[in-house]
Design a protein around this ligand. Structure first.
Ligand SMILES: Nc1ncnc2c1ncn2[C@@H]1O[C@H](COP(=O)(O)OP(=O)(O)OP(=O)(O)O)[C@@H](O)[C@H]1O
Ligand SMILES: [Mg+2]
Length: 599
């Protein structure tokens, strides 16, 4: 079942390249025919041109076309010219073979990369949490390379080998059935060894590929987290961790190399043994007069033609294993169910309602329990809570980045499960806690989610988020490239660029997940004043661990350990004297204490 699925996947990838590969195989067949005709020509030259054996039926036509056997005997160069013509045809078709092969392969790689990338993009967030980035990258690069390498090099070579073996064996049996039987016995033995080799190699390649995934994940994590590694002086620890993984990986390849060496040495031995038997048997036949010397030379040439591809067969079969492993790993990603985003169906309106919503990232570890809340249309909800209390998770559930384990969420009375993702996410302006910026210009980073946004729109959003002046201060203004090679933004600037990006979309619902945590209180106040005008009639959820950020909200909930501990307006919560008022006093007292200490 699994195998069928995998070969079905290979069929999908091959589609579109089949005309190229068919042309390559046809050209390959011509090349093989050219190679196999040469020994016959040599046998003809030895037996009928140099010797006096009557010309066989097949060569009669050939010799007549060239002016008859006596003409050829006087003009021996004709044989050389015939060999040169065959060599030229062989070269021409080798070119055609390589051209179409490479063409078909590149088109196939293009399709594989695109479909893998598109699929990874559409995988639910939960899948991304399960798979490490390094492993996914390895599947998109190394595994694709292994598969394409097999298809473009080994698979076509496999065709060539099969054609060569079939033609050689047929010619050998036509020339001398007894000798051909000795020679063919080797095919059975080497094929048996190759099959055993394939089983061992498949296991080894799977282990090597999986370890390569671990190794690239380790390297990728370290490069991404380079600041943490440096800041904590963890270079040595990380280096040792990488070296350990690397040593294990190298060890796996060394073991794989041993199996390969065993294969080549055993087949080499078989090969020599077979040659020896053939030489003895052939010589005896020549002495007895049952075989001509020309026929013997031609037979040995065919045997040589047969031996090399037979031994190659093992190598190709081992590559086939590797390609099988790669295809399996690519297939694993492609069979993971992708999100169906549907179509954007226009603006949503109405209240946001959480009804008995419970959720956990892992079974048995609840993160949110029985959440019941209503955010009235056009109102602002403040969500306050300690770290790990489930605030961000609440935002993820609303955008359906994760699905609730139980309970339902409604927008305007409609269960969000029934709203196409494109519509839902197109209506919710979510500012994530870790505002991610791409290695593009600041302007492009802001315009990311709003196609066709004008410079004036971009600047207006940046002004609302109080980041316009900072951007103007950069050497290239909005054209300044951020990220690895450009100016790296500060934490607060990054958050404000992410905020501007969301504001530009002008959605009816906004969720700000601790989006101003890295911004100083003064700027935070200024931004909130700007947002009040900007939000207008939008329904807003502001998540924060800072009381001042949520205190103006129409309603506030306090999350504690995944449950709503308190809810009400700031005044009501203060009057209640619970968690909210304690946090309020703690945060309000801090500057006072500092002031007091200064005096
Ligand atoms: N992808 C994940 N897989 C497993 N557990 C997770 C995942 N993301 C978050 N958690 C866990 O879920 C709990 C709630 O996390 P969440 O991010 O919602 O908290 P938060 O209130 O936003 O915290 P903070 O104020 O630090 O941002 C935490 O205990 C966290 O460890
Ligand atoms: Mg959070």
């Amino acid at each position: 079942m699994r195998k069928n699925k995998k070969s079905g996947r290979l069929g999908t990838f091959l589609k579109g390249s089949i005309p190229d590969f068919a042309a390559a195989i046809a050209a390959n067949t011509v090349c093989v025919l050219c190679t196999t005709v040469l020994p016959l020509l040599i046998s003809f030259a030895i037996d009928s041109v140099l010797g006096d054996k009557p010309v066989s039926k097949g060569f009669k036509l050939f010799s007549d076309a060239l002016g008859g056997i006596s003409f050829i005997k006087d003009n021996i160069w004709v044989i050389a010219a015939a060999i040169a013509v065959i060599a030229f045809i062989n070269a021409l078709f080798t070119f055609i073979n390589n051209y179409y092969n490479s063409n078909g392969n590149q088109k196939m790689v293009l399709r594989m990369r695109n479909s893998l990338f598109t699929h990874v993009q559409r995988l639910p967030l939960s899948r991304h949490s399960e798979n490490s980035t390094g492993d996914i990258i390895q599947r998109c690069t190394s595994d694709i390379w292994n598969l394409s390498n097999f298809i473009s090099n080994q698979m076509l070579q496999l065709f060539r080998i099969i054609i060569t073996i079939v033609i050689s064996v047929v010619f050998m049996f036509l020339m001398n059935p007894a000798l051909a039987a000795i020679s063919s016995a080797l095919i059975v033995v080497i094929t048996g060894i190759s099959m055993a080799f394939r089983i061992v190699m498949h296991k080894r390649f799977r282990m090597c590929d999986e370890q390569e995934g671990v190794l690239s994940a380790c390297a990728q994590e370290n490069i991404t987290g380079v600041r943490v590694v440096r800041a904590f002086g963890r270079e040595r620890y990380e280096r040792e961790r990488f070296e350990k993984q690397n040593e294990y990986y190298t060890g796996l390849w060394v073991k794989t190399g041993k199996v390969t060496a065993l294969y080549w040495s055993s087949t080499e031995f078989m090969n020599t043994l077979q040659m020896l038997i053939l030489l003895v048997a052939g010589t005896v036949m020549c002495i007895n007069g049952t075989l001509t010397s020309g026929g013997f030379v031609a037979f040995l040439s065919y045997n040589a033609l047969l031996i090399a591809p037979l031994r190659e067969l093992g190598r190709i079969i081992s590559h086939m294993s590797r390609a099988g492993v790669a295809l399996g790993r690519i297939d694993e990603v492609l069979t993971q169910e992708a999100e169906d985003c549907g179509a954007y169906e226009g603006k949503l309106s109405g209240d946001v309602v959480f009804e008995n919503v419970s959720f956990g990232y892992e079974a048995g570890k609840p993160v949110l329990e029985n959440i019941n809340l209503t955010v009235k249309e056009g109102e602002v909800l403040g969500v306050l809570g300690g770290t790990g209390s489930g605030k961000s998770t609440l935002a993820y559930l609303l955008s359906r980045l994760y699905e609730p384990v139980s309970g339902n969420i409604y927008i305007g009375g409609k269960n969000i499960k029934e709203i196409p993702l494109a519509t839902l996410r197109g209506n919710i302006g979510l500012v994530l806690q870790d505002g991610y910026v791409y290695s593009r210009s600041v302007g492009e980073n802001i315009a990311l989610a709003a196609d066709g946004a004008s410079q004036a729109d971009i600047e207006s959003a940046a002004k609302t988020a109080c980041v316009h002046d900072s951007i103007e201060g950069f050497v290239n203004g909005y054209g300044t490239v951020v990220g690895e090679r450009g100016v790296t933004l500060s934490g607060g600037q990054k958050q404000r660029v992410a905020l501007s990006r969301t504001l530009l979309r002008n959605t009816p619902y906004f969720v700000l997940d601790d989006s101003l945590s890295a911004v100083d209180t003064e700027t935070d106040t200024a931004i909130r004043a700007n947002l009040k005008n900007k939000f207008g009639n939008s329904t807003v959820i502001i998540i924060s661990h800072r009381v001042t950020t949520v205190m103006d909200a129409d309603n506030i909930i306090v999350l504690d350990g995944g449950k709503i501990a308190e809810s009400g307006t700031s005044e009501q919560l203060l009057a209640r004297g619970g968690i909210y008022s304690r946090i309020y006093e703690l945060q309000a007292a801090l500057p006072e204490e500092l002031k007091g200490g200064g005096v």
